[in-house]
Write a new protein. Sequence first.
Length: 310
Amino acid sequence: MEERLQKILARAGFASRRGAEQLMLDGRVTLNGETVKELGTKADLATDDVRVDGVRVKAPKGLVYLALNKPRGVVSTRSDPERRQTVMDLVPGIAGLFPVGRLDVTTEGLILLTNDGAFAERVAHPRYEVPRVYHAKVHGVPDADALERLRRGVRVDGDFMAVDRARVVEADNNAWVELTLHEGKQHEVKRLLEAVGHPVSKLRRVAIGPVTSRGLEPGEFRALTPEEIEGLRRAHPADARSIRKVAPRPRARKRPRHEPASSRPPARPSSRPPGSSEPRQRPRPGEREVSARPSGARRQRPALPRRRRG
């Protein structure tokens, strides 16, 4: 059965649908030997040869969903040009498997891997507002004012960032802070905490939606339960009413064409001196000029100059 190429690539685990569209636009996808850039192109894996960077696209035999506790120092990509260890080295070699989103190399904690592109987009895209929970060890102990600033939001290098929830879970000379947020801007947690005066020394992600890293040692993974998969799939796009909007300017009131005289604003007083005549108005096209003299009055002729008799 023919389907759109971006849907085929997403289901095969090469990327999300949005990422598959970018692969096509970049000229990395071929169909029966021809480069394809048109996003509406359809194909059938049963009869067509579809390739990405020369690698044949095959229909997945089964969908896989894994949760991995990424150790510090491991790169969250499929491959690394510097030959560092990646998350793919810690899980079985399943065709089409890829990490959902990224964690900084110095950050440890939960990351999901799948070969289901549509599922990955639903988890990773900010519009579905899947909550992510982080534990951060910071310098000092944030007070109530600092936590409130995190909730209200701060602007860092032109980016406005805020958390959904913030609380201190452990405090001594330094503190562990738990932050919940649904966006994924680069180094967001570190930038937020540094902006309120508490730089991060350690950071780990402990939950994504209903999935937690509880029971997983660094480097260990497990399969997601059906309930966890369904819980992540149930995420709905953010309600437009919850998005902050700038109030529109009030529109000027339009006056109806035939507005009754009683509702019209009073005429402005004339600035002409008393006794001066109003300027003569020209008739509109199709109208006859009407004299202002009363009916029955004779038209006065202008007086002619008298001639002198010589």
